[in-house]
Design a binder for this molecule. Structure first.
Ligand SMILES: *[C@@H]1O[C@H](CO)[C@@H](O)[C@H](O)[C@H]1NC(C)=O
Ligand SMILES: *[C@@H]1O[C@H](CO)[C@@H](O)[C@H](O)[C@H]1NC(C)=O
Ligand SMILES: *[C@@H]1O[C@H](CO)[C@@H](O)[C@H](O)[C@H]1NC(C)=O
Ligand SMILES: *[C@@H]1O[C@H](CO)[C@@H](O)[C@H](O)[C@H]1NC(C)=O
Ligand SMILES: *[C@@H]1O[C@H](CO)[C@@H](O)[C@H](O)[C@H]1NC(C)=O
Ligand SMILES: *[C@@H]1O[C@H](CO)[C@@H](O)[C@H](O)[C@H]1NC(C)=O
Ligand SMILES: *[C@@H]1O[C@H](CO)[C@@H](O)[C@H](O)[C@H]1NC(C)=O
Ligand SMILES: *[C@@H]1O[C@H](CO)[C@@H](O)[C@H](O)[C@H]1NC(C)=O
Length: 911
């Protein structure tokens, strides 16, 4: 038989007694009161289960309370009650044979309780914890009034993926099914309506079935008939669609508010069937599976079952007849592949599981051992680790949790909760270097890249919301295959994405990022908090504060210009906040945004904004340089970065990026002008002094300010910049303070000795005590300051101190020591500073310039001294041979004060 273009297999399934021997684990629990029954069982990802118990009072009502039992992974069982005044009528049966109230799980750790309130004519959803604590209560929908009376058949269906919310559905009229989709509750239990829609039925109260599908969608199955219909009796358990001949599936896409389908998945050539269905979506393999249950309309005791496997595109892959002589009560796709069909035999009190593999083929049957004495009150659920469990009452007071491992059709899960994924880069829990530029995912099977997104989040362990760093879709250029077998996909990552040292990240892979290469069916993704890893902890170098510029787009410029001054200010301050979130960086690192220059290279000209970025001394924060680079990348690739997700930053021009706005000349303009003016003034002074007294060592006019400037800069450097590079701070303090002390001590000793030994100097000293003490203090900056006293600059008497040759020699050696304890280390520190910081400002710049001039001067002077020394020795030798008289004279020079200028000059042209 050829139907819908595919072959319909009739495979006879012979259920020989269980093929596989399963082992069981039994946990008993004693209740304190009789009469309870298992109503529903929910499993959670953390291997905790919640069991809802009810206590029937009569045929149609149960006691008005919600009793929970929590089964912990360690096997202990707690009990809890929901303490909330739910109106009592919610605990009686509704028109379709279910109680008015409903309860379902909400991943990761909540339960949702639906109840109706007649007074406000509305359904409400309570968000409760698994231990029954009520977090919120929200009205979700009006109660339907059909044919003049309340028709309370509403129910909740949550998605199997943690990424998505839940759907509320009920009959709005006899022939319209209404659904409302709510986002998943946040930590405070807030839920809000995302979208709603309707599906129309051919006949009043036709049966329909909603199941969670891939990608946050929900499948809805509706049957239409071609024949006459019979109105179902009121209060019937289910409302089968009579005389069905066609079964359709549609996929509700609640977030986009669209519907794919309807797709015809079954068509009968034999009319007069009534049909109901159980469906589920597979975690692996083909896609979706439904079991259609047919009852011949006139002969209800003959039930036929059929499995239909179909893809999300609606194309049917496989169809088989199932021969089961018991009632099928549910079908679940199993996390590690395959499907579980649960059957129940009311008479013999047995429960059996039939396992089909991914292709819908029979793989095995298991049943619980007969001595377990399964009652009619039971519930089943499966954990993702492959354990199935059954909760059932053994007698009035005692129930048991019986668990058993299920077969696995796919290899083990590696923590991604996605059996298709073999490995990834980065691995779960690994540490990665900063700014990696790719990630990849290796699947067990060949895949084709599809359209959905891979998103990278940064999170911290407190309550802050995770920050989305980059989100790229499968159809973008960021995706590629990295191996020819198409099992690995590679995703390019921006350098700005993993830019925070010692930070936590996780990657969410949406469903339908890839499709199975053979079947073209979308594959499930990786939910949040699974693929987690972190960046290594490294220190960032210091970078000086800086200014960057960025441009608004054409549209952004226009709409900005239209704003009032106040709103412009508002926009700029919001822009600053959003930029800080996009980078992300502490908002205090960004200064206020300045407006407005125009980029005239564009027609019409675009607004340029400038943003000063402040430096930080915290080495674990991004430095200014990196922030500028990151912002540039973020803006340039804004379509995949947070820049395009904020209303303000979305107006930034991608092609302009973020450009450093820094010009040494511009920034230090005034400093440099000041320095030049200073040098010119000194030059004039020098010329004047030279004219006035050519014999004086007028060079000190340059030297004195240079030494003072160097000294001041050295101190300012420590105060201002010293902490920028922590490892340089202590050395720079040491090599500032110690030379001062040593120089000062040497200066003082030299002065005292000179006073003691040199009478002429003493004479000068008596008249110039102030000057002498000032220069003794100044000698702390540089011992050569003492030489100024005898420099005779511009012939000023004050600087005419008759310092003896010997003392000058001492000063020379003192400055030689100073070279090693002060100048050289300071110079080295400056050079290291330059290497360790990224950009540079005026103080270190001047410090380095002055200290290098001083160092160079000092070294060159020393070398010249050495040359002079050698040369004069030679000459002396020659002179000794020539004349003893001259020798005598020069030997006497020590005591001569008035004549020595010429000779002294050759010795001390230094400084
Ligand atoms: C439950 O009660 C039975 C009989 O009253 C007792 O033998 C059994 O140990 C109890 N089990 C637990 C788990 O308390
Ligand atoms: C799955 O989890 C349950 C509950 O924690 C545990 O009892 C069971 O042994 C686990 N099964 C496997 C296969 O790990
Ligand atoms: C089992 O786990 C629950 C919840 O984590 C805890 O409260 C309880 O003390 C544990 N029981 C045992 C016996 O470890
Ligand atoms: C089923 O029948 C109803 C009523 O005739 C119609 O509105 C709906 O479109 C039909 N569904 C499909 C999938 O044909
Ligand atoms: C269906 O089965 C029930 C009991 O299982 C029996 O009483 C009834 O007669 C059967 N109906 C038909 C039409 O065979
Ligand atoms: C139910 O039990 C009876 C007798 O105990 C047996 O003959 C019958 O085959 C059983 N039915 C099923 C479906 O196992
Ligand atoms: C059931 O599945 C397992 C695992 O794939 C396989 O080894 C076994 O042969 C299958 N059994 C049957 C009867 O198909
Ligand atoms: C995934 O990316 C990493 C880093 O670039 C690379 O070393 C590795 O080989 C890639 N894996 C595959 C399977 O291509």
């Amino acid at each position: 038989m050829n139907l819908l273009g595919i072959n319909l297999f009739y495979s006879i399934l012979l259920f020989i007694s269980p093929l596989t021997v399963y082992s069981y684990n039994v946990i008993p629990y004693n209740e304190t009161e009789p009469g309870l029954e298992v109503y529903k069982v929910f499993s959670y990802r953390d291997e905790t289960a919640v069991i809802l118990l009810i206590k029937p009072i009569n045929e149609s009502c149960v006691e008005p309370r919600i009793d929970l039992r929590i089964l912990h992974p360690n096997g202990t069982i707690d009990s809890a009650k929901v303490d909330y005044p739910i109106p009592e009528y919610n605990f009686c049966l509704g028109p379709n044979g279910f109680y008015w109230f409903d309860i379902t799980r909400s991943l990761p750790k909540f339960l949702l309780v639906l109840y109706a309130d007649i007074v406000s004519a509305s359904y409400y959803v309570l968000v409760i914890t698994r231990t029954g604590y009520v977090i919120s209560n929200t009205p979700v929908a009006p109660i339907s009034i059909i044919n003049g009376s309340i028709y309370a058949d509403g129910y909740l269906m949550s998605h199997t993926s943690e990424e998505y919310g839940f759907i509320f559905a009920n009959y709005e009229t006899e022939t319209a099914v209404m659904w409302k989709y709510y986002n998943k509750p946040d930590d405070k239990g807030n839920i809000s309506l995302i979208n709603e829609g309707k599906h129309y039925l051919q006949n009043p109260f036709n049966y329909y079935f909603i199941f969670p599908a891939l990608d946050g969608n929900f499948g809805i199955i509706i049957a239409n008939s071609t024949d006459i219909n019979i109105k179902p009796e009121p209060n019937k358990f289910i409302n089968p669609s009579k005389f069905t001949s066609k079964v359709y599936v549609s996929f509700i896409k609640p977030v986009m508010n669209s519907v794919d389908g309807p797709y015809l998945i079954y068509q009968s050539t034999i009319p007069h069937f009534e049909v109901d269905f159980f469906c589920d979506t597979a975690f692996t393999g083909i896609g979706n599976m439904c079991i259609l249950t047919f009852n011949r309309a006139e002969d209800k005791n003959t039930t036929e079952y059929m499995t239909v496997l179909f893809q999300t595109s609606g194309s049917v892959f496989d169809m088989r007849k199932l021969f089961v002589d018991k009632e099928i009560i549910g079908v679940n796709s199993l996390f590690q592949g395959g499907y579980l069909i649960t059957t129940h035999d009311d008479q013999n009190k047995t429960i059996e599981g039939i396992i089909l593999d991914d292709n819908g083929k029979y793989n095995g049957t298991w049943s619980y051992p007969p001595d377990l004495n399964v009652s009619n009150s039971f519930g089943t659920a499966a954990f993702r680790n492959g354990t199935l469990f059954l909760v059932t009452f053994e007698n009035e007071m005692t129930w048991k949790v019986i668990s058993t491992p299920l077969p696995k059709f796919f290899s083990d899960d590696y923590g991604y909760e996605n059996p298709n994924i073999k490995s990834t880069y980065p691995l779960i829990s690994s540490s990665i270097p900063l700014s990696i530029t790719n990630i990849n995912i290796t699947y067990h099977l060949s895949v084709t890249i599809s359209t959905n997104n891979v998103s990278i989040y940064q999170y911290n362990n407190n309550d802050d919301l995770p920050i989305l760093r980059q989100s790229v879709s499968g159809d973008s250029l960021y995706f590629s295959y990295s191996s020819s077998d198409k099992k690995t996909i590679n995703i390019k990552v921006l350098q700005s994405t993993f830019n925070q040292p010692n930070s936590n990240y996780y990657i969410v892979v949406n469903d339908n990022v890839v499709r199975d290469w053979t079947s073209n069916n979308p594959l499930i993704g990786v939910e949040r908090n699974r693929w987690k890893f972190n960046t290594i902890n490294i220190q960032d170098n210091f970078a000086e504060e800086s200014i960057g510029r960025f441009s608004l787009t054409d549209e952004g410029t226009k709409s900005f210009e239209k704003l009032s001054l106040d709103s412009q200010r508002g926009f700029l301050s919001q822009l600053r906040i959003d930029l800080a979130k996009s980078i992300p960086v502490d908002i205090n690192r960004l200064d206020y945004i300045k407006c407005c220059e125009y980029d005239n290279s564009k027609q019409p000209p675009r607004i340029l904004l400038s943003l000063p970025i402040k430096s930080t001394t915290n080495p674990y924060e991004r430095n200014v340089d990196h922030i500028i680079k990151d912002l540039d990348i973020l803006i340039k690739n804004k379509e995949v970065t947070p820049i395009s997700w904020f209303g303000t930053t979305n107006h930034l021009e991608a092609s302009f990026g973020f450009q450093r706005y820094k010009n040494l000349l511009d920034d230090f303009k005034f400093h440099l002008i000041g320095i030049v003016i200073g040098i010119v003034i000194l030059g004039f002074l020098y010329i004047y002094a030279k004219k006035k007294y050519p014999m004086g060592k007028n060079i000190v006019i340059f030297k004195f300010p240079l030494i003072i400037l160097n000294f001041i800069m050295g101190i300012m450097f420590i105060l201002n910049n010293g902490k920028n590079v922590p490892q340089l701070f202590i050395p720079s303090v040491i090599f500032c303070v110690i030379p001062i002390i040593i120089n000062f001590i040497m200066g003082a000793i030299i002065m005292l000795q000179e006073i003691k030994k040199n009478r002429d100097f003493y004479g000068w000293f008596k008249n110039n005590v102030d000057m002498a003490s000032l220069f003794t203090i100044l000698s702390g900056t540089n011992i050569e300051m003492l030489n100024i006293l005898s420099s005779q600059v511009a012939g000023i008497i004050l600087f005419n101190a008759p310092i003896s040759e010997e003392t000058q020699f001492d000063i020379f050696w003192g400055s030689f020591i100073g070279l090693f304890i002060g100048d050289i280390p300071r110079f080295i520190i400056q050079v290291f500073y330059i290497k360790l910081v990224v950009n540079y400002d005026i103080i270190p710049f001047l410090t380095l310039s002055t200290s290098s001039i001083i160092l160079a001067n000092n070294i060159i002077t020393k070398i010249y001294h050495a040359i002079v020394h050698l040369y004069s020795k030679k000459r002396k030798f020659v002179m000794i041979l020539q004349t003893e008289k001259i020798l005598c004279n020069s030997a006497n020079e020590n005591s001569s004060i008035t004549v020595p200028q010429k000779i002294r000059k050759t010795v001390r042209h230094s400084m």
